[in-house]
Write a protein that binds this ligand. Structure first.
Ligand code: ADP
Ligand code: MG
Length: 324
């Protein structure tokens, strides 16, 4: 088996801006990462407008990158033959932020589950239903609990569990979950996060957990990528990164954690300032330049390289150049 299920090599995605949309900025800027075949919970964390969802869509083959390569089991994701592409759609399953968006309002909930099972698996009706039942059991639901119900008859937490059950039907290897608990009440969040943990521990499923919330990231994550304005500014084992953060942006994220209001404000401020966001995206050096207390002329002019500060813990910052 190839070491990585998904590998990104210098991947960039540009979007247009301005009245005519002719000028472009990189929503994902030269990102390289590898999601290993071992069951792990990899986290991508960063404030809104960091490019997390764009990155998720690139991994899910929803968005085609403008530069770089995406590999699935070592093969170019955009040049797969039919058989490998089918394998990709089975192996890599998405979970989105709003479970209400994932289901048709007029359809009874068992319908999309049965459809998914029929699409991916061979078997008679009885076997198909058994697979759906099994998937629902894994997330703490039963066929009877959802049968005949429409999406607005379930709570957000229950519906997100149905969405996870559907994603489990084809026996995926990787779940890409983009802010899967951010629409849910705090009390329901832990429940969904525990399901992810169990999927990893008991079923060996790999999870890419995308979030703006370091607290939930720390709760379930093994390895973390900190994303800021399209770039991964730091990555490493989550314990290490959160206990010994190196990049000034990571530190700000962590400092903002204890007080809930402070954290909310920190996350919201930059997105309201669309102009600032664009200004940061367009920086050719370090994207954190305007906010960084240590910024120098060099940071403005040149993008910093990655420095491996300790085993497997990388930071993209000029301050560490020459110090390792
Ligand atoms: P995040 O998920 O971290 O909030 P996104 O990937 O959604 O970040 O967005 C990153 C940046 O790209 C934002 O400035 C957003 O407005 C912009 N963006 C996202 N999708 C599009 C699109 N389809 N067209 C133009 N700009 C986009
Ligand atoms: Mg997003």
């Amino acid at each position: 088996m190839y070491e990585f299920i998904i590998e990104l090599k210098n991947v960039s995605k540009y979007y247009g801006y301005g009245l005519l949309g002719i000028s472009r900025f990189a929503a994902v800027d030269d990102v390289s990462l590898g999601i290993s075949n071992k069951p792990l919970i990899n986290v991508i964390a960063g404030e809104s407008g960091s490019g997390k969802t764009t990155l998720a869509k690139i991994i899910l083959r929803i968005v085609k990158p403008d530069k770089g390569q995406v590999l699935f089991n070592g093969k170019d994701l955009w040049r797969l033959n039919r058989k490998d592409l089918d394998e990709f759609y089975k192996s890599v399953q998405p979970i989105f932020q709003d479970p209400y968006d994932s289901f048709n309002p007029y359809e009874k909930l068992e319908i999309p589950l049965l459809k998914t099972a029929k699409k991916f698996l061979n078997g008679n009706d009885k076997e198909i239903i058994a697979v759906v039942e099994k998937a629902l059991e894994v997330v703490g639901l039963s066929f009877d609990m959802i049968k005949g119900k429409r999406k607005d008859e379930l709570s957000g937490g229950q519906l997100q569990r149905v969405a996870i059950a559907r994603a489990l039907i084809p026996s995926p290897k990787l779940l890409v979950a983009d802010e899967p608990v951010s629409m849910l009440d705090a009390t329901l969040r832990a429940n969904i996060l525990n399901i992810f943990k169990e999927l990893k521990d008991r079923r060996g499923i790999n999870i890419l957990y995308i979030t703006h919330d370091l607290a939930t990231a720390y709760y379930i994550g093994d390895y973390i990528y900190i994303m800021f304005r399209g770039t991964i500014v730091e990555h490493g084992p989550i314990e290490k990164v959160l206990s010994e953060p190196l990049h000034p942006y990571t530190r700000t994220l962590i400092d903002a954690l204890p007080s809930y209001e402070k954290r909310e404000r920190f996350i919201k401020e930059p997105i309201e300032l669309k102009e600032t966001e664009l200004k940061e995206f367009l920086l050719r050096g370090c994207k954190y330049y305007y906010r960084c207390p240590y910024a120098t002329k060099k940071c403005f002019e040149e993008k910093p390289p990655y420095i491996e500060a300790s085993p497997n813990h990388y930071v993209m910052c000029w301050r560490y150049v020459g110090s390792s």
